[in-house]
Design a protein around this ligand. Structure first.
Ligand SMILES: Nc1nc2c(ncn2[C@@H]2O[C@H](COP(=O)(O)OP(=O)(O)OP(=O)(O)O)[C@@H](O)[C@H]2O)c(=O)[nH]1
Ligand SMILES: [Zn+2]
Length: 344
């Protein structure tokens, strides 16, 4: 790719203000555009560079801003937002997916894929990450009641931006331009078949990827596409295309769920018990609203489901932390015992 200016790469005051006077003079900011097993690809004023990963470096993901000194990794700058997921498998571990994202397009098709619960799930994820969600309803050309569906989503949150598009048509996708200005960073979330690739191609206007090296050799020396990359869009925005975002599981906190379900949180303030689970407790304001029809049954169920999932994930993360701490103590004790033995 051509060397982009820092501003076009998404550099702004939030990052700039983190630099010390000395860093202003000597450090070079670069943005990570691909994360491989043994190295990071990053870009900045001087063009593309590759940074070998070292064990003493913090976890770094696509979209992160790093400071380099004399070509070497110096430090990771604080993130304005970060998407994470629970790592696959049984071990609860958070995996970083994308950092410093301004806007997340929650892509959802107006036909078979239309599902309010799923949208709430993605909204919760955006609130957790700290990125602005925009719901993008695709396949407008195949749907007769697009306006009605759009209103259903608007009812989830009156301040939420909801757009309906035909992802195959560049003129229609141009509605998303306000979020695609130069230096803005975007991700697309949504289930398989929702129209993410189609929209990506239309938005990218078939532009080349920002990064060249998204292929790396696997253990057997074969080249595999890891595909965690930052792409540059026609309008100047940057798009992070991370496959992990497609199979996401919630690993979010209470506040993110509260932000998605602010109506229920407000009701819950009036429950008799502060730790009310809104199941069958007496004096539960949420159940009362449900009974008298002020709260929609579907939304209540979606809230309960996400809250349960969240507490399960939190619990398994806590277990893991506990196990890690126990192991740490064990090592320390073993080392100390070793020293004591030696000292004898
Ligand atoms: N008519 C119409 N077809 C669309 C639109 N958006 C996507 N499609 C079609 O829907 C199918 C699925 O779209 P994709 O873009 O591959 O969906 P995806 O979300 O990228 O799916 P995965 O790659 O599995 O994650 C393709 O056949 C597209 O051509 C649209 O707005 N209108
Ligand atoms: Zn309650």
């Amino acid at each position: 790719m051509d060397a982009l200016s820092l501003a076009n790469l998404g550099w702004h005051a939030y990052f700039q203000q983190q630099l010390s006077l000395e860093e202003w003079e000597v450090a070079i900011p670069v943005r990570v555009i691909a994360a491989h097993r043994s190295q990071l690809d990053a870009t900045g004023d001087l063009g593309l560079i590759s940074i070998p990963l070292a064990t003493d470096m913090p976890a770094i993901t696509v979209g992160d801003w790093l400071l380099l000194k004399q070509g070497r990794f110096q430090r990771l700058l604080d993130r304005s937002s970060v998407f994470t997921r629970k790592a696959p498998g049984r071990k609860a571990q958070e995996q970083l997916l994308a950092a410093n994202v301004d806007t997340a397009f929650i892509v959802c098709s107006l036909n078979d894929d239309f599902n309010l619960n799923r949208i709430e799930r993605y909204l919760t994820l955006c609130h957790d990450a700290g990125a602005e969600p925009v719901v993008v309803l695709t396949k407008q050309d195949l749907c007769m009641d697009a306006d009605e569906k759009r209103q259903q989503i608007q009812q989830l949150d009156p301040l939420l931006c909801v757009e309906t598009v035909n992802g195959l048509d560049p003129d229609s996708a141009a509605q998303l331009q306000p979020w695609c200005r130069a230096g803005q960073t975007i991700v697309l979330l949504g289930s398989s078949g929702a129209g993410k690739s189609t929209l990506t191609n239309t938005l990218l206007n078939k532009q080349e990827q920002v990064t060249g090296g998204i292929r790396e050799a696997d253990d057997k020396g074969r080249h595999t596409t890891t595909g965690r990359t930052l792409l540059s869009m026609a309008g100047g925005a940057l798009l992070i295309d991370t496959p992990g975002l497609r199979e996401l599981q919630l690993a979010v906190d209470d506040e993110a769920i509260a932000a998605t379900f602010s109506d229920i949180t407000k009701l819950a303030d009036h429950c008799r018990f502060s730790d009310c689970q809104h199941n069958n407790e007496p004096g539960c304001a949420v159940l009362k609203a449900l009974e008298c029809g002020d709260l929609d049954e579907r939304r209540y169920r979606s809230f309960v489901k996400l809250s349960r999932e969240q507490s399960r994930n939190q619990a398994s993360l806590a277990e893991r932390h506990k196990a890690d701490r126990a192991l740490g103590k064990f090592y320390k004790r073993t080392l100390a015992d070793g020293h004591r033995l030696k000292g004898r």
